[in-house]
Design a protein around this ligand. Structure first.
Ligand SMILES: [Zn+2]
Length: 366
């Protein structure tokens, strides 16, 4: 049987009186809610329009036209995307120890430059309060750090058992242990106690004296310093520099869509930036635990440092909730470190530190 296709329309062309009434109510509701047009729905009534729209003479609007609409239809977009993909695939590398794959576009010289600038600014601020090299505290801190550096330069891969230099594997200049600059800053004397420690590029280390009571012993200090060394070995600064243009681009896109920068930057920050930062922190914890175990420190003492950190946080106003923090909570760190303990013990054995004598060496208290 032959029939006209138009007779199969699901929706009749004529306006049903009920439909018309519904449409009228909807328009009224829209008006009451202050939604007057397509673009005010997207951008709010008071926001500036950031796109061009055209209204035909019959009153129909072309709707919002985002500035990037034209990009992906152009051949430049295709070429640009292909180039970016090529660069992306050729610059994927593995982080040391964890073998996590990530994009790395930051050249080593830029990372070193950031390190040199940080070193200068820290020295300008705290240089007068650096403890002398021959002070007992400096000597103890240096001994712990030097053992960690040596262990990272003679690390045993748990899978192959082969010895590897974690610095060289990541194309970093492997600086001889004796050439590292390790400074202890007496922030207690400054009356600006900030329990902290950091390792910056090109072999420079800062330890604030106020963190030493929290460390309690050499194993606790090794926990902190190996974590910082972990950041350095994994080039986390370079990874952050690599990611920052992507975050800026996403913020710009969200700004062009929502008009306001607050919502978009919040989404980018909570959804991408902070989880990525927490991932790097966890990675530094893992690398740190493996390196400190290879240096014959006692890995079992690492969770104890974070317990003391929890107490310290409680005394100083508590910690921020994990999902808005750039760091994993201390409780999560303890859970992670405990779950990695069998691997840490294996690393301890591979480095030949199974005897009690070496462990006794790590029992000096600050
Ligand atoms: Zn960290």
């Amino acid at each position: 049987m032959l029939f006209r296709l138009s007779s199969l329309r699901a929706f009749p062309k004529y306006k049903h009186p009920q439909n018309a009434a519904f449409k009228g109510v909807f328009t009224q509701l829209k008006y009451k809610a202050g939604i007057k047009s397509n673009y005010s729905y997207f951008y709010g009534n008071n926001s500036r329009r950031l796109y061009t729209s055209y209204v035909y003479f019959d009153g129909k609007s072309t709707g919002p036209r985002f500035p990037f609409n034209a990009w992906y239809s152009s051949r430049y977009f295709t070429i640009g995307a292909a180039v970016l993909l090529f660069i992306g695939f050729t610059h994927i590398e593995k982080a040391p120890v964890t073998k996590r794959k990530r994009l790395m576009l930051c050249p080593q010289w830029l990372e070193n430059k950031v390190g040199q600038m940080s070193y200068k600014s820290i020295m300008a601020e705290y240089g007068n309060y650096v403890l002398p090299d021959n002070s007992l505290t400096s000597i103890k801190v240096k001994n712990v750090m030097k053992r960690l550096i040596y262990a990272a330069q003679h690390y045993h891969d748990p899978e192959t058992g082969e010895e590897q230099n974690l610095f060289e594997d990541m194309h970093t200049r492997s600086i001889p242990v004796t050439d590292w600059k390790i400074h202890v800053i007496d922030d207690v004397a400054m009356r600006r106690e900030t329990p902290n420690a950091f390792v910056i590029g090109d072999g420079k280390v800062f330890v604030f004296r106020s963190i030493l009571p929290l460390c309690a012993n050499d194993d606790g200090l090794a926990t902190v310093l190996s974590h910082e060394l972990g950041h350095q070995l994994a080039h986390h600064i370079g990874e952050k520099i690599t990611k920052s243009p992507f975050y800026i681009t996403l913020n710009l896109i969200s700004y062009s869509m929502f008009g306001s920068n607050n919502l978009g930057s919040l989404i980018v920050s909570l959804g991408l930036e902070r989880p990525s930062s927490r991932e790097m922190e966890t990675e530094a914890d893992y690398i740190g635990l493996m390196v400190m175990s290879s240096a014959c420190f006692n890995p079992q003492k690492a969770p104890g440092f974070w317990s003391r950190m929890i107490d310290f946080e409680k005394q100083n106003g508590g910690s921020v909730p994990e999902f808005i923090s750039t760091h994993p909570s201390s409780t999560r760190r303890i859970r992670n470190l405990t779950s990695w303990m069998p691997k840490a013990e294996q690393q301890n054995e591979m480095a030949g530190c199974g005897n009690l004598f070496q462990r006794f060496n790590t029992m000096s208290f600050f």
